[in-house]
Design a protein around this ligand. Structure first.
Ligand SMILES: [Fe+2]
Ligand SMILES: [Fe+2]
Length: 373
């Protein structure tokens, strides 16, 4: 007698169990391999701490045109201690494997913020340890989840200052701390954990909106004083440096003031984390690209979606990595960016500089079918 047919639910659960079992095996192997690598790499590959990255002078760049270069990103890993949640640990390990296997390798890797989930030492230490496995230099950016438990104390001890700039192959890069908030905690007598959890709940209505703040803007103005207006400028910020959707803090309160500081420059490209989705915007000379998260995709906000954004498919809730991913950015000769979204379990999508430069008239990325689950 033949075996009774298995129901679709049974098959689904079996497949899922096999999938998770596979990931657990992969995770242990990857983790051990990375843990071994990180110690060896630090010596063998002269792995330098993020902020001692060497600047590279390109001789004769003005005559020959600036060579394009590529950097990769990993963002919004939201790590809990591994014993509480190893899914997000597996996701960052997958991203580290991805960027390490790029051929040719990227010039550096940008980490887009929200390394930790609740700013705990253990979470930040875990992320720090795993990122040592990246074979090229890592540029760090801070997110609100890294910051509001101890106001950045442990993050700074691990990674250095939260705002810094560097020049690389003819591009001036600036990393901003864009998730400052006005003090909502002192008056309410909140503990550090209550403060952190309030900020982590994006739509709880207690907190103020994110901002670069007066001191940050002053620092940015000063930093850019010495930069020629024709030099391409790359800006790394955790929140989008524009106003997308206020109730979820997909928002930078002083975005207008920050954009005014960037407006005199011919080409400005902003790479931001925090929104966990494929997101494209242009405001005058400033081109914006959101980064994917390795932990989870946010849905698109119900209003305020930038016109140039072509939405990624809604993620399949039965596929833990769907809508997540990492990516890389190719800086073209003009200093503008072709942004590659390496969506796990989906086709990759490239949002080309020419698409933004033509305000959407050319080289539109393929439209998705937006299936509903
Ligand atoms: Fe995030
Ligand atoms: Fe964030």
């Amino acid at each position: 007698m033949s075996k009774p047919a298995r129901s679709i639910e049974t098959r689904h659960h079996e497949e899922r169990d096999a999938f998770f079992a596979g990931l657990r095996r992969m995770s242990r192997r990857s983790f051990l391999r990375l843990a071994g690598l990180s110690a060896g790499l630090a010596m063998a590959k002269r792995l330098v701490p993020p902020h001692s990255f060497q600047l590279v002078e390109v001789a004769g760049a003005a005559e020959t045109g600036k060579p394009p270069f590529t950097f990769a990103y990993i963002s919004d890993t939201h790590l809990y201690p591994a014993r509480l949640n190893d899914r997000f640990v597996r996701a960052i390990l997958k991203a580290v494997d991805d960027v390490n296997s790029l051929d040719p390798p990227p010039d550096f890797v940008l980490f887009g913020g929200d390394l930790a989930q609740l700013g705990q030492r253990e979470e930040l230490d875990l992320g720090h340890e795993i990122l040592k496995g990246v074979k090229v230099p890592v540029r760090m950016m801070v997110g609100e989840h890294d910051w509001f438990f101890d106001m950045g104390e442990h993050w700074r001890a691990l990674f250095g200052p939260e705002q810094y700039s560097f020049d690389y192959k003819g591009v001036h890069f600036v990393t901003l701390m864009s998730v400052q908030e006005k003090d909502f905690w002192t008056e309410r007598g909140m503990t550090p954990m209550q403060r952190m959890q309030t900020v982590a709940g994006l739509d709880n209505g207690l907190q103020s909106r994110f901002e670069v703040g007066a001191a940050g803007r002053e620092w940015l103005t000063k930093d850019l004083e010495k930069v020629d207006k024709k030099t391409p400028v790359g800006v790394f910020s955790h929140s989008p440096l524009y106003k997308y959707y206020r109730p979820w803090n997909f928002w930078t309160e002083d975005a207008d003031d920050v954009q005014a500081i960037l407006r005199p420059f011919e080409h400005v490209t902003v790479l931001h984390g925090h929104t966990h989705q494929l997101l494209t915007n242009r405001i005058d000379n400033i081109y914006f690209h959101g980064m994917l998260s390795t932990a989870w995709p946010w849905p698109y906000a119900p209003e305020g979606l930038p016109k140039l954004t072509i939405q990624q498919n809604r993620a399949d809730p039965f596929d833990q990595f769907d809508g997540c991913g990492d990516g890389s950015v190719e800086l073209t000769e003009s200093g503008l960016a072709n942004a590659l979204y390496n969506l796990w379990d989906r086709n990759p999508v490239t949002v080309r500089a020419s698409y933004l430069a033509s305000s959407g008239a050319q080289d539109a990325p393929p439209r998705t079918k937006l299936p509903s689950y």
